[in-house]
Ligand binder design. Structure first.
Ligand SMILES: [Zn+2]
Ligand SMILES: [Zn+2]
Length: 339
């Protein structure tokens, strides 16, 4: 087995990605190594590349939407074997002993490790993780499109499980991008009445094709008024401030606004609006390995897949520029061509 791992890394904040090799530590007894076939790009790869959150370590190897095959297993690993098709997302290890891990909430473990936080990620020929976070890929899923399910996919699927969204619910999706276009597909197949909120009319037809029952321009006051007090659940995928009061007005009593977009600004919320209709506002990170497996199974059964633009990994800088332009429809995946 080749010892060195070949990757793409940035050497400084906002730096270009360049070829970079490193020698990994001996494989931990509970860890596995994945030979990367494809790896999606997510907006948080860009945020960390730019050190927007202030804790990026350089050389920085991004990439946390991996699809590939197990290439090595540690001495304790019995649940994965070499050759298994798997994926790896935002998290790569949790302690397995705390209350959160023991109750199946591994993504809420206080010491959960991020795949690209202080350690090298998946824009590489190989990447490592604790065996439990290498989730088996159902055979029906296309490996070339599976990567984004491990970050964008589980991020929007997990709240449907956590808050027991029902098929009879009327659910809003705010932001029709990388996350939102998957949320529309999941919710439609779940059986819900799905309202896609978009500030641009250009995405209307596509949103309908992806599973929206109706598309509402959130800047159209009359259209928003018609929705007043009608939605049971809203999932927001945007990372920019919106008129949250108007959006909360569309929630039915006991409704919930759930945020999964990494909004940097504090959320202004009118408490009277919350208490008069008993509304909730919440957020969640990704999902546990069990929920990830459940999501993959659901996606395979209903033929749910991200719409992707594929680049060879050698064009990683062009791919990041495309992501930054906001024009990608809807997710970018890099095909490993490292030799
Ligand atoms: Zn991500
Ligand atoms: Zn734990």
């Amino acid at each position: 087995m080749p010892q060195q791992i070949n990757a793409y890394a940035a050497m400084s904040p906002k730096g270009k990605l360049e070829r970079y090799s490193y020698t990994p530590k001996p494989l931990g007894p509970d860890d596995v190594e994945i030979a990367v076939q494809y790896c999606g790009i997510c907006h948080s790869d860009l945020s960390l590349l730019n050190n927007d959150w202030g804790f990026t370590t350089y050389p920085f190897v991004p990439g946390h939407e991996v699809a590939g095959k197990i290439s090595a297993v540690g001495s304790n690993v019995v649940h994965r074997k070499v050759g298994d098709p798997v994926g790896l997302g935002w998290y790569s290890k949790s302690c397995m002993g705390c209350k959160q891990c023991l109750t199946g909430n591994h993504n809420l473990c206080p010491t959960v490790e991020g795949t690209i936080i202080g350690r090298p990620g998946g824009f590489a020929d190989r990447v490592r993780c604790h065996w439990s976070w290498a989730t088996p890929l159902p055979a029906e899923l296309d490996t070339a499109k599976a990567g984004p399910l491990f970050c964008a996919g589980v991020t929007v699927f997990n709240p449907m499980v956590q808050f027991a969204v029902k098929p009879t619910d009327r659910v809003g999706v705010v932001g029709i991008g990388g996350l939102g276009h998957l949320a529309l597909q999941f919710l439609n197949n779940w059986g819900c009445y799905v309202v896609a909120f978009s500030s641009s009319d250009s995405k209307r037809d596509e949103a309908m094709k992806l599973g929206a029952t109706e598309v509402v321009n959130s800047k159209n006051a009359d259209a928003m008024k018609k929705l007043a007090k009608s939605l049971d659940f809203i999932i927001s995928t945007v990372n920019v401030p919106l008129d949250w009061g108007t959006i909360l007005d569309t929630l039915a009593p006991k409704g919930r606004l759930h945020l999964v977009g990494a909004l940097a600004e504090p959320l202004p919320v009118n408490v009277f609006q919350l208490l008069t209709s008993q509304l909730s506002v919440s957020g969640s990170p990704l999902g546990s390995p069990a929920t990830t497996a459940q999501m993959l199974d659901f996606a395979a059964r209903h033929k749910i897949a991200p719409i992707v633009e594929e680049y060879p990994m050698s064009q990683i800088n062009e791919a990041f520029e495309r992501l930054e332009s906001g024009k990608a429809r809807y997710r970018i995946v890099l095909k490993n061509d490292l030799v």
